[in-house]
Design a protein around this ligand. Structure first.
Ligand code: ZN
Length: 411
């Protein structure tokens, strides 16, 4: 089971000083900043997934790359641009989430195939249109009563047609990447229908899309329906799914790969469980930046909070955290201080219980990854992109190592 990490230009600046929070003045982002596979001695994934929508954007959504980066990406190819080690695989897709609200995909089969070929991808997914509805009961609808919407059916039909055109084009142009067909569905039976159609077209690598919001039991339902229809050497990829508890079952249903960005985004987009420990997940410690926090700025302007007081408390919190790390500051007082600072921001959520567990366990001390070694307690501080993204990298590292242990047992 291979883990692909989706690229969305998440890099960290190695010149960033966590004590002073200053960077090297001469730093150039794309040249000097590091990808997760450059931060650790061994890359924490088996490959990267690059979406055309992230690079160049699609109609209606802009990408994550600047025009200069897009040019370099096109000239150098994806692998050189991402500085991806040669043993890692490069998978490409359209990034269908970016145009999910459009009536039809705003990209053509030709554009997408050219993007993969010029970028030097190993695997390239067909053009798809995501179906957001899922209901297994629609497989049991009574004769004459139609439960599934026309929009679902239209999206599936379109995705199948686009896959047919894509496969034809890839054969005609003798592309160097392996074409991967995408199946969209709304129920186990509808996924079967899509997969069977793709297999008939000659696809040997098929991705199941639209699974992100599904429960694990529903994903398994789909796989149980699909896998008996697969003929060797057909194998499956799951888009946007990290359910490590089910890797063994996934493997039994011919799933060979998945991708997910959630270990990274969990670090800074969620309210809790931001740091993956060995036995459990922990909420990171909020120490927002006084000078960029809008909520606080408004409270200062309205006279509710004195700015000097805010700066003083911010400094005190950071100092106390470092001293706590060196066992020179008591836990109780630290939590009180953090709460006092939190109240300044008008925060209503109380994290005391979660901080208590985190500070008692000190999980960053047991982790041997390069991020935790360098950052120490800073890795669990929710503050600014340099800390938050590194914590995300740590989560990716933990996820991959867990996957490797599972793989060793399954194989
Ligand atoms: Zn770590």
């Amino acid at each position: 089971m291979k883990f692909f990490f989706p690229d969305s230009q998440d890099l960290v600046d190695p010149s960033f000083d966590f004590e002073t929070e200053k960077r090297n003045d001469t730093r150039i982002r794309q040249r000097d900043d590091l990808y997760a596979h450059e931060v650790f001695k061994n890359p924490p994934y088996d490959g990267m997934l690059v979406s055309m929508a992230i690079v160049g954007g699609t109609n209606g959504s802009s990408g994550r790359y600047t025009l200069g980066q897009q040019r370099r990406f096109a000239v150098e190819g994806a692998r050189a641009f991402l500085r991806l080690p040669k043993e890692l695989k490069l998978m490409g897709d359209c990034g269908a989430f970016s145009y999910v609200k459009e009536p039809v995909p705003p990209v053509t089969v030709e554009q997408v195939a050219r993007f993969y070929e010029e970028g030097g991808f190993d695997i390239g997914a067909s053009v798809d249109h995501i179906i957001l509805d899922y209901n297994a009961d629609w497989d049991r609808s009574l004769p004459g009563i139609k439960a599934v919407s026309e929009d679902c059916e239209r999206r599936q039909e379109l995705t199948i047609e686009l896959a047919r055109d894509f496969q034809k084009l890839c054969r005609k142009d003798k592309v160097r990447f392996e074409p991967m067909g995408i199946a969209q569905g709304w129920s186990p039976k509808s996924y079967v229908r899509a997969v069977v159609a793709l297999q008939k077209m000659g696809y040997e690598y098929i991705a199941l899309g639209g699974l992100v919001p599904l429960k694990s039991s529903e994903i398994l339902q789909v796989l149980e329906a699909v896998s008996p229809k697969l003929k060797p050497p057909t194998r499956l990829h799951l888009f946007g799914v990290t359910r490590l508890d089910h890797v063994k079952e996934f493997a039994q249903h011919s799933v060979v790969s998945f991708d997910s960005t959630s270990p990274l985004t969990q670090a800074f987009k969620e309210d809790r469980d931001n740091y993956y420990g060995r036995r459990r997940r922990y909420s990171a410690i909020r120490v927002p930046q006084v000078d960029i926090n809008l909520k606080l700025k408004n409270r200062v302007l309205s006279g509710e909070v004195k700015q000097a007081e805010a700066f003083r408390l911010e400094r005190e919190c950071l100092d106390a955290l470092r001293r706590f790390d060196r066992r020179r500051f008591p836990r109780r007082e630290l939590i009180e201080l953090l709460n006092e600072y939190q109240q300044l921001f008008g925060g209503t959520r109380n994290y005391s219980a979660e901080y208590e567990i985190l500070l008692k366990d000190r999980p960053w001390e047991e982790c041997r990854c390069a991020v935790c070694r360098e950052l120490k307690i800073d890795v669990v501080i929710f503050r600014g992109a340099e800390r938050n993204r590194r914590r995300g990298f740590h989560n990716v590292y933990v996820t991959y190592n867990r996957l490797k242990r599972i793989r060793a047992r399954v194989a």
